[in-house]
Design a protein around this ligand. Structure first.
Ligand SMILES: NC(=O)C1=CN([C@@H]2O[C@H](COP(=O)(O)OP(=O)(O)OC[C@H]3O[C@@H](n4cnc5c(N)ncnc54)[C@H](OP(=O)(O)O)[C@@H]3O)[C@@H](O)[C@H]2O)C=CC1
Ligand SMILES: CC(C)(CO)C(=O)C(=O)O
Length: 304
């Protein structure tokens, strides 16, 4: 199948590599350094079983996705509208679009820009980009696809490519569940620059993660979203299953790039306000990450 990845960062390059390995014609649309590295030396995929280099097409030009039958949309939540608008002008009428993003509203926001159905996908992977042309897997990888007429056949396509994929009966609940996990871990990993395993060893961290989870649970309930009973357990398990991973937000801030805080803890804080619920720890994490991002913009202010 002709598959395009819109936003070839960690997630896009990881799933693009798996699909290319399975024999699909994969085109990655990304930024100059990554695209040039892939064009020169291929895409290096590093997992616990070793390294392999895959030959994939990579381009900085949006036109490169015009023949795609399937598009995996993998930009950050902050870029959904701009990347979607670029895609809108070249996408074929029959192309199927999946949103592989954190946050709960990206598929809807993208569907509005594209004026077509976008299938939300919950992504349970821990991946990072150590450098251009190189993607590293730190754990997980399961995909849960929202319901659509094509979801069952895409699940089979992903499974045939060796990926763990399912259709979600309640994708909204699953997106919110993932949101809570991201609210609990992403900002704290970004602020401290620590991976989850190391964070868990810090006295008081576990309680803080549980407090954030509890605040999010109250907001979800007020929004009519049913979260699984074992959510607290799943949130804590991240420190074991993805111990070596720094959050995608930590990766953004390390690159002095804006992270997704407004779409994660910021989203919870906004919803909490509507429902008059106190979420002090989510609010503190939001403000701290905003301050860090502002610090990055003011790089020329010397510390005295
Ligand atoms: N990393 C992880 O382990 C996980 C991430 N996620 C989620 O998946 C989504 C993607 O995350 P991740 O892969 O980490 O993000 P990355 O920032 O690594 O990848 C996104 C890439 O898309 C590029 N991009 C943005 N706009 C365009 C454009 N118009 N044209 C070409 N390239 C573009 C970005 O470039 P630039 O930075 O220069 O704008 C970046 O290289 C996020 O919602 C994240 O929360 C979900 C599960 C796990
Ligand atoms: C699952 C997790 C927490 C993995 O790092 C993630 O989704 C992210 O970093 O954004």
């Amino acid at each position: 199948m002709q598959i395009a990845i819109m936003g070839a960062g960690a997630v896009g390059s990881y799933y693009g590599a798996l699909l290319a390995r399975a024999g699909h014609a994969v085109t990655l649309i990304g930024r100059a350094a990554h695209v040039e590295a892939i064009q020169s030396n291929g895409l290096t995929l590093e997992t616990s079983s070793g390294r392999e280099t895959l030959r994939v097409t990579a381009s900085q030009e949006i036109d490169a996705l015009k023949d795609a039958e399937l598009v995996l949309f993998c930009v950050k939540s902050t870029d959904t509208e701009t990347a979607g608008a670029l895609m809108a002008s070249v996408l074929s009428d029959t192309a199927v679009v999946l949103s592989l993003q954190n946050g709960v509203d990206n598929a809807d926001r993208l569907a509005e820009v594209l004026d077509r159905e976008v299938v939300p996908v919950v992504v349970y992977a821990a991946v990072a980009m150590p450098g251009p042309g190189h993607v590293r897997h730190h754990g997980g990888g399961e995909l849960a696809l929202g319901a659509s007429t094509v979801s069952a056949s895409l699940v089979r396509l992903f499974q045939d490519a060796g990926m763990a994929a399912t259709t979600a009966d309640d994708v909204t609940g699953m997106l919110w569940t993932k949101l809570v996990i991201n609210c609990a871990w992403n900002a704290v990993s970004a602020i401290t620059r620590q991976p989850y395993g190391a964070l868990m060893a810090i006295d008081g961290l576990r309680e803080m993660v549980m407090t954030v989870t509890g605040e999010c649970r109250a907001v979800a309930q007020a929004c009519g979203v049913v979260l699984p009973e074992d959510l607290e357990h799943s949130t804590l398990m991240i420190a074991e299953t993805m111990a070596g991973q720094r959050s995608s937000m930590a990766q953004d801030l390390a690159r002095k790039r804006q992270g997704e805080i407004e779409h994660l803890n910021g989203f919870i804080v906004r919803k909490a306000k509507v429902h008059d619920i106190d979420v002090p720890v989510n609010h503190s994490l939001l403000v701290l990450v905003r301050a860090l991002e502002q610090g990055h913009r003011n790089v020329d202010i010397a510390c005295r």
